[in-house]
Design a protein around this ligand. Structure first.
Ligand code: SAJ
Length: 432
């Protein structure tokens, strides 16, 4: 199949890079978003997302006239749905919460395509979705057009697999899985992404493609959970988990991930729930892993309490609030949760996030500079392994703060002579 014009619905972390990349590879692209702020920012040559290289790419795409933005879709050869699928939290009993995929944005975007859908078009869903979404939710909505999926138009599911912080490179280089409702739909999807994807393009059916995405992120979640559990065990047995992991990883078939303050972001902490929701009785391991990772912030709060004796009134500089290093994304961030909990427990927290110095956060006192966080602190808590924070050296930190207690939850400050500069260091997964 050949393509001239493409509509991308959803201009977020995935939709905007995808739309811009197609535009710089020759397609006429209409980027659609329901958020007027996003459209206005883009129309004024701004950008609402921090991602290395994205600003330049979007500028080039807009300047060339190949990318335009709009609040509504229009007729095109192909449509890509890249809207968010967050989760909603349900209370299902005393003390039990259950997380469910909130599919309203996918539903609304699919409905918005219906009036513009023509014979021979291709529709691709990229949003992470529970298994069977393409077959049982998207198909019936699109068929309100009077056209039949797989017969009159092509329909496919293609998961995005890019890593925030490396989106532009991974979008092009990663392997792409395209699952069609028919083999011809998968082929049409493959033809579209072949315009820029350099990685292998692998065709399958739509439900397999949905599962692949959920399996990838669930696999990572479970593996991070075991690393976090090892950190708790190391703490219990009085050893250094980082050393133990480094040694275990010398085994040719072992690759333990890093423990930390918990699992955040809009993918790994969310996607496993899509499987749990779809088959609760088949997912005890996945549920246990979620529980371990979700309770890791509490483990950090206890570590801080142990280091400081008590939390009441203690002045703590919390460094980093993003969900992982070198991104500005605060969604589901364990660091944010920890800062919040410490504050609720009576500590006087000043939090600093270098990628969002002006963030205004409910329940957390954020300050705009590192110096402001540190100036009167009694303890320094490293929550995110941002390069800029990791690079701090003992003398530099000693000059910026009266605090002489460091609590490192990400092993960012290992291997430096902190004791030489008068600091006492507590590390996650290392019992002193
Ligand atoms: N984390 C650890 N220990 C580790 C690795 C990560 O605690 O060893 C934590 C991070 O600090 C963060 C969370 O896990 O809080 C998730 O970070 P991540 O870098 O593992 O993943 P994401 O959420 O940024 O991106 C993931 C990627 N999926 C996989 O690696 C299987 C990415 O390829 C997906 O495209 C993305 O989810 C997505 O959009 O689904």
């Amino acid at each position: 199949m050949t393509f001239t014009k493409l509509c991308v619905l959803g201009l977020g972390y995935i939709g905007l890079p995808t739309a811009s990349t197609f535009a710089t590879h020759g397609l006429q692209v209409v980027g659609v978003d329901v958020n007027p702020h996003v459209l206005e920012t883009l129309r004024n040559s701004g950008i609402h997302i921090h991602e290395p290289g994205l600003r330049t790419l979007v500028e080039a795409a807009l300047k060339s006239g190949k990318l335009t933005v709009s609040e509504k879709p229009e007729e095109a050869d192909a449509f890509i749905i890249a809207v968010p699928t967050p989760f909603s939290i349900d209370d299902i009993g005393p003390g039990i919460t259950w997380k469910q995929a909130d599919m309203r944005a996918v539903q609304a975007a699919t409905e918005a395509i219906v009036p513009h859908l023509r014979k021979g078009n291709l529709v691709v869903l990229e949003s992470t979705s529970p298994p069977l979404t393409t077959a049982e939710m998207v198909t019936p909505i699109l068929e309100h057009s009077g056209l039949r999926a797989g017969r009159d138009f092509h329909l496919a599911y293609s998961p995005e697999r890019v890593l925030p912080g490396q989106i532009l490179r991974e979008l092009i280089e990663n392997a792409r899985v395209i699952g069609g409702v028919t083999p011809a739909s998968a082929q049409a999807g493959a033809d579209l992404y072949a315009l820029f994807v350099k990685g292998e393009i692998v065709q399958t059916d739509a439900t397999t493609a949905e599962m692949v995405k959920l399996m990838e992120n669930t696999y990572r979640d479970v593996n991070i959970a075991i690393a976090n559990e090892f950190a708790r065990l190391a703490d219990h047995f009085g050893i250094d988990v980082w050393e133990a992991i480094a040694l275990a990883n010398r085994h040719p078939r072992v690759k333990i991930l890093k423990p930390g303050p918990g699992v955040g972001g809009h993918c790994i902490s969310v996607d496993p729930w899509f499987l749990v929701e779809a088959a609760p009785e088949l997912t005890p391991l996945i549920q246990a892993a979620r529980e371990v990772n979700d309770s890791q912030p509490q483990f950090v709060v206890e570590l801080v309490e142990r280091a400081l004796g008590s939390l009441k009134g203690k002045k703590i500089a919390a460094l980093g609030l993003a969900y992982k290093p070198d991104v500005d994304d605060l969604r589901e961030s364990p660091a944010l949760e920890i800062a919040h909990w410490l504050q609720r427990a009576g500590a006087a927290v000043k939090a600093f996030e270098p990628f969002k110095p002006d963030a205004d956060l409910p329940g957390v006192t954020a300050v705009p500079t590192l110096a402001a966080a540190l100036e009167d602190a009694e303890a320094v808590l490293l929550l995110v392994n941002h390069s800029e924070l990791r690079a701090l050296v003992p003398e530099q930190l000693a000059a910026l703060t009266p605090a002489r207690i460091l609590i490192d939850t990400v092993n960012g400050w290992a291997g430096k002579d902190w004791a030489g500069a008068g600091f006492e260091v507590f590390r996650l997964g290392v019992r002193k």
